[in-house]
Design a protein around this ligand. Structure first.
Ligand SMILES: *Cc1c(COP(=O)(O)O)cnc(C)c1O
Length: 362
């Protein structure tokens, strides 16, 4: 077979069952009352709920749908995937933790991260006593070709690819991700928390090609629902089946499910906010470079900008705090010396931020 042909083949080495921890493969999941009886009975005395009602202004006396069918039906349409390809969790953070626990035996297995990146991958690994291998991104925050080869050859159970990356804001090159998907034997998790702000199609459009692909998205950013705690994972029905097997049965509350449905029915508001945040990002990115203390504004496909300040970013950070403006100090992150991460706010907030930076310069 020619090299060209081999390159175009999907990852023949991928075997999900051998990636999953043996105890999880063998275990029987909890069977909830709502699993054993579905439907509308007039007398519901199976789940030790309170049939009288609820304290507080609203009725939440019944356990929620453990499979979140209504939300998944809407999401499946929006994202053009099957409901069986969707996992919902208490924020993406729950999916991150479950993916580590699904594949990594504590004290034995390892995961790969590409710093600077989102901190929860490391926290989930540490919590589960899982070794972390770090492959730092290049100075322009891409995966070095030699590291693509290292990832492909690695025995790690899982690699975290954050694209657009937090805190740098850039998309990782499609070709690098594709090469990893084709060659790596573990799960490839593409965290797309910021995908709604990016000028590239989601990796959810490639799920059918790659049995080892997991895509994470969230309601916390473009949907404006960080307080609700709702995260999504998209993957093969087999991977989603395993996540459902190990999740707490009622991990997404009834209030969250109802609210998510209402949000999904309010698509125009989502789109209007998304557009406004993109305009705000461009507005800031255009004006920041003219400020004396700004050394570099990194290109962003997210709702924030990573900015390098001279000579002292932490002095800028402290000055902004004094003015009542809090941003994220990233100066101690690998490859991020001298940087602050600025979230795009309202028009008035963006103006205040720029004004304060001009005052500090003067
Ligand atoms: C904000 C963010 C998330 C979202 O996490 P939630 O638990 O869904 O709020 C996930 N990944 C990255 C990289 C983020 O920046």
């Amino acid at each position: 077979m020619t090299n060209e042909k081999m390159k175009s083949l999907p990852s023949v080495m991928f075997d999900l069952d051998s990636l999953v921890r043996p105890n999880i493969r063998a275990m029987k999941p909890y069977s909830s009352a709502r699993d054993e009886f579905q439907g509308d009975a007039r007398v519901m005395l199976d789940a030790n709920e309170n049939s009288l009602g609820s304290a507080g202004p609203e009725r939440f006396n019944r356990y929620p749908d453990p499979h979140q069918r209504a939300v998944k039906a809407e999401l499946a349409q929006l994202k053009d995937v099957a409901p069986a390809q969707i996992f919902l969790g208490n924020g993406s953070d729950e999916a991150i933790d479950l993916l580590v626990r699904l594949t990594c035996t504590p004290g034995h297995d390892s995961i790969l991260i590409l710093p600077p990146t989102y901190g929860m991958y490391e926290v989930a690994a540490n919590l589960n006593d899982v070794r972390i291998e770090r492959l730092p991104l290049t100075p322009d925050f891409q995966i070095a070709p030699a590291d693509v080869a290292r990832i492909v050859a690695s025995e790690a159970k899982l690699v975290w690819l954050c694209s657009p990356n937090n805190p740098t804001g850039n998309l990782l090159h499609e070709e690098s991700i594709e090469e990893i998907l084709r060659g790596f034997r573990g799960l490839v998790v593409v965290d797309e928390a910021y995908a709604d702000f990016a000028a590239a199609p989601s990796w959810t459009t490639r799920l059918a090609e790659f049995p080892n692909l997991v895509v994470l998205q969230t309601f916390s950013k473009a949907w404006g629902l960080a307080g609700l705690r709702l995260g999504m994972a998209f993957a093969s029905p087999e991977i989603i089946g395993y996540l459902n097997k190990i999740k707490p049965p009622y991990n997404v509350s009834e209030a969250t499910q109802q609210h998510a449905l209402a949000a999904l029915h309010d698509a125009p508001r989502f789109e209007q906010m998304r557009q406004q945040l993109l305009l705000g990002r461009d507005w800031l990115a255009e004006r920041l470079p003219a400020i004396g203390i700004v050394e570099a504004v990194f290109p962003s496909d997210a709702n924030f900008l990573l900015v390098r300040f001279r000579p002292d970013a932490t002095a800028v950070y402290d000055y902004l705090l004094e003015k009542g403006i809090v941003v994220r100090n990233r100066t101690t992150q690998p490859g991020c010396a001298g940087t602050l991460r600025l979230t795009v706010g309202t028009e008035a907030e963006n103006e205040q931020l720029l004004q304060a930076l001009r005052e500090f310069t003067a």
